[in-house]
Design a protein around this ligand. Structure first.
Ligand SMILES: Cc1ncc(COP(=O)(O)O)c(C=O)c1O
Length: 478
């Protein structure tokens, strides 16, 4: 028995490599990261490589260890130079962000020290750091001091926390689901519908409110729909607004929606996952007027604050309600939870218990840079988008609505819809396969559009000019 234990110990001690091995790994890892960042411009912003999967398949998990050199080489070939490069300046598809380097510093330290950030007792500093990040965002939104929130893995998880809290706050018990109504427009992100489904609310009445010509919610139509619902004994439960929609970057009239929400006592949720951090830009602030009157806001640091993927956030005004939905106590944790909830424990405000200490990446980034470069980068992205909008129309492309934030739609015009769609699909393929610029597409009212969203912190005027040049050349191609 004793011999066996010694042998096991010998093997298990391999999990704690010696100092030299650790130093060697750290050096290789740093060199890898350096190479990636310094060669970023050489990496195609989009590249297909069917061998990538084969490489990974060949690296089966074995009893015997492999060398880091080999793994990094394989990682580079099969993951870090294949598909979309979301860290790259020339990525303008979907909602990018980039991944500022202090985020990696924070993550690295969080992984090595493995601090437990879920419960205040386990690490008061880690939990409180997350509280400070939530508080900073709550102040940005204009919420009162007692607002609460949570750093989530992303916008979809943050939305789930908001929706489940709203459900319980308004006592949407099973027998009330089918008579309760949620109001939104076609511009909302699908994570709202997904959260409703996961929260057991897929049978609520969904009212898709018509939009004005600028794709913002038509308030008169909203008001009329609610009145009709009331006269049909339905229960107006929640209004959902976009503050930076994914398709177009539009912002719904938040103040007017807040008036309606107040009048009919509905929960008012704002999806600012993409747009929220533009609140840092003085000139953009007025676009968000009324956001402070909502009940919950989602805003994603992995979008507008350029942090690495895995950082969303939800801020909610009703502390007691968030706790009522999320806080739990268990005997096996009786040492670690206080009864009064005075100290901030992220686990009390989200579905998660044990989780990544994601506050450190955000704190590190804000501390190492200060806010000013973030504010400047966001303003730059707004101005670059206006610049692109003006220049691309001068090249003869049709543009979508004037950009509100950093999304711009454009297309080749043709009187025949099918031909137009084909031409624009060909242009998209040309751009994506070219590997110089990555942009995405969308369809609005059956019209196919090319769409850019400028939000990688590394994207500057030269990159927008490159896209304009490609588009100019394309028009010249016979
Ligand atoms: C407006 C908006 N809301 C929510 C989400 C979902 O966020 P996540 O992908 O972090 O879950 C997105 C994603 O792009 C978005 O653009």
């Amino acid at each position: 028995m004793k011999t066996n234990l010694l042998e096991l110990e010998q093997w298990s001690r391999k999990l704690e490599p010696d100092h030299q091995t650790i130093s060697n790994w750290f050096e290789q890892m740093t060199a890898y990261a350096h190479r990636f960042v310094s060669k970023m411009d050489d990496i195609p912003v989009y590249r297909e490589d069917k061998e990538a999967i084969d490489i990974l398949e060949s690296l089966t998990v074995e009893e015997e260890p492999r060398k880091l050199e080999e793994l990094l080489q394989r990682l580079y070939q099969s993951v870090d130079t294949v598909g979309i490069n979301p860290a790259g300046a020339r990525h303008m598809g979907y909602v990018p962000g980039g991944g500022v380097i202090p985020g990696a510093v924070g993550d690295f330290i969080a992984a090595v020290t493995n601090r437990y950030a879920g419960i205040h007792y386990a690490n008061p500093g880690a939990a409180h750091m997350e509280y400070l990040m939530v508080k900073w965002m709550a102040e940005l939104v204009g919420y009162p001091d007692d607002a609460v929130g949570n750093l989530s893995s992303g916008g979809s998880m943050a939305t789930l926390t908001a929706i489940t809290t709203a459900r319980d706050h308004h006592r949407i018990t099973p027998e009330r689901i089918r008579t309760s109504v949620v109001y939104l427009t076609r511009q909302v992100h699908h994570c709202i519908l997904k959260a409703l489904r996961i929260a057991g609310l897929s049978e609520v009445v969904l009212r898709i409110i018509p939009m004005q010509d600028d794709f913002t919610m038509d308030i008169k139509a909203l008001q009329q729909t609610i009145e009709d619902d009331l006269s049909n004994q339905l229960n107006p439960f929640m209004l959902v607004a976009s503050a930076g929609s994914t398709d177009l970057g539009i912002i719904d009239p938040l103040n007017e929606i807040a008036d309606v929400a107040g009048k009919y006592e509905c929960w008012f949720h704002v999806d600012a996952a993409y747009g929220g951090f533009f609140l840092l830009v003085e000139q953009a602030k007025k676009l968000f007027s009324g956001i402070d009157r909502s009940d919950s806001v989602v805003m994603d640091p992995h979008k507008g604050l350029f942090l690495p993927y895995g950082t969303g956030a939800v801020i909610i005004k009703h502390r007691k309600s968030v706790l009522a939905t999320h806080a739990y106590r268990a005997n096996y944790m009786q040492d670690s939870f206080s009864q009064d909830y005075d100290d901030y424990s992220p686990a009390d405000f989200s579905p998660e218990l044990t989780r990544h200490f994601r506050g450190l990446r955000m704190w590190m980034s804000l501390q190492l840079f200060g806010v000013r470069p973030f504010r400047a980068a966001l303003q730059e992205k707004l101005e670059l988008t206006q610049y692109f909008y003006e220049k691309v129309s001068a090249l003869g492309y049709v543009t979508g609505p004037k950009p509100t934030l950093s999304v711009c739609l454009f297309r080749i015009d043709h009187p025949d819809t099918n031909t137009a769609n084909d031409l624009n699909q060909q242009l998209t393929t040309h751009l994506q396969q070219g590997g110089q610029i990555y942009l995405s597409t969308t369809t609005i009212d059956n019209v196919f559009w090319l769409r850019i969203c400028i939000l990688v912190f590394r994207t500057h005027r030269e990159h927008v000019d490159l896209l304009l040049q490609i588009l100019a050349d394309y028009r010249q191609t016979p």
